[in-house]
Design a protein around this ligand. Structure first.
Ligand SMILES: [Zn+2]
Length: 207
C-alpha cells in the first residue's frame, strides 16, 4: 500500500504530547477536540488524533497518518477525527506545522457573545506578543464562523477566514481552530487565545 512505510513516529509523539498537555488543562472534554502535526507538504501528510479517543490517555496508535483526502494513508482499524477535513484545508491555506482544535467554555462563550459582529476584538494586551504581535497598540480580530453542519462547508468557512497574522478561527458555539509553525507554537497560540477570551468575557462584568 502506497505510503505504508512513512515513518511518522516523531509527529505522532508530538500529537500525543500536545493532546496530553491540552487535556490536562481540561480543554478536551468528553473526548472532543482533535490535534494534528504535519509530516510533509508534497504530498500533504499529517498525523492526527483518531475519532473518539480519550486524549488524556492517548496511545500512539490513536494517532493516524492521513493524506490530503483526509483518509488514513496506512492500514488502520481506527477512523480519523470527523473534522480532519478542516485540518486539510488549513494546512493547504496556511503556512503551519500543527493545528489544535478544542471546545472550551470560554471559547464557546466568546464565539456566541461576539457572533453578531463576526469577530472577537483583542487589543492592549501583553499576551498579544504570544500571538506574534509585538507592535505598539497591537490590535487583532479573531474571526467567528457559523457552525456549519456539513464539515466540507465548515472547512471552507474556516479556511476562508484564516489569515497568517491571526493564527486562530472561532466556530460559533463549537470551539476554536488554532495553529502554529510547530506543535510548540500551536500550543502557545491556543493558550494565549484562551487567556484572552476569558479576560474579555470576565472584563464585561466590571464598569
Ligand atoms: Zn469540534
Amino acid at each position: 500500500m502506497e505510503g505504508t512505510h512513512v515513518d511518522f513516529r516523531r509527529e505522532a509523539e508530538q500529537v500525543r504530547w500536545l493532546a496530553q498537555t491540552v487535556a490536562a488543562k481540561g480543554w478536551l472534554p468528553a473526548t472532543s477536540g482533535n490535534l494534528s502535526v504535519k509530516v510533509s507538504d508534497a504530498p500533504l501528510r499529517f498525523a492526527i488524533t483518531r475519532s473518539g479517543a480519550d486524549k488524556q490517555r492517548l496511545a500512539l496508535d490513536d494517532v493516524l497518518l492521513v493524506g490530503e483526502d483526509g483518509r488514513p494513508v496506512a492500514e488502520t482499524s481506527h477512523r480519523p477525527s470527523a473534522e480532519t477535513v478542516v485540518h486539510v484545508r488549513l494546512y493547504q491555506s496556511q503556512p503551519c506545522g500543527a493545528i489544535v482544535h478544542v471546545h472550551t467554555m470560554f471559547n464557546n462563550l466568546a464565539s456566541d457573545v461576539f457572533f453578531p459582529q463576526g469577530y472577537v476584538d483583542l487589543a492592549g494586551h501583553e499576551l498579544l506578543k504570544a500571538l506574534g504581535h509585538w507592535e505598539e497598540g497591537a490590535h487583532i480580530r479573531v474571526p467567528i464562523v457559523e457552525n456549519h453542519h456539513r464539515l466540507d462547508d465548515l472547512a471552507a468557512a474556516v479556511a476562508a477566514q484564516a489569515q497568517p497574522a491571526v493564527p486562530g478561527v472561532l466556530v460559533r458555539n463549537h470551539g476554536i481552530y488554532a495553529w502554529g509553525e510547530d506543535a510548540d507554537a500551536a500550543l502557545r497560540h491556543l493558550e494565549a487565545f484562551e487567556f484572552l477570551f476569558e479576560y474579555v468575557l470576565r472584563r464585561r462584568q466590571f464598569p
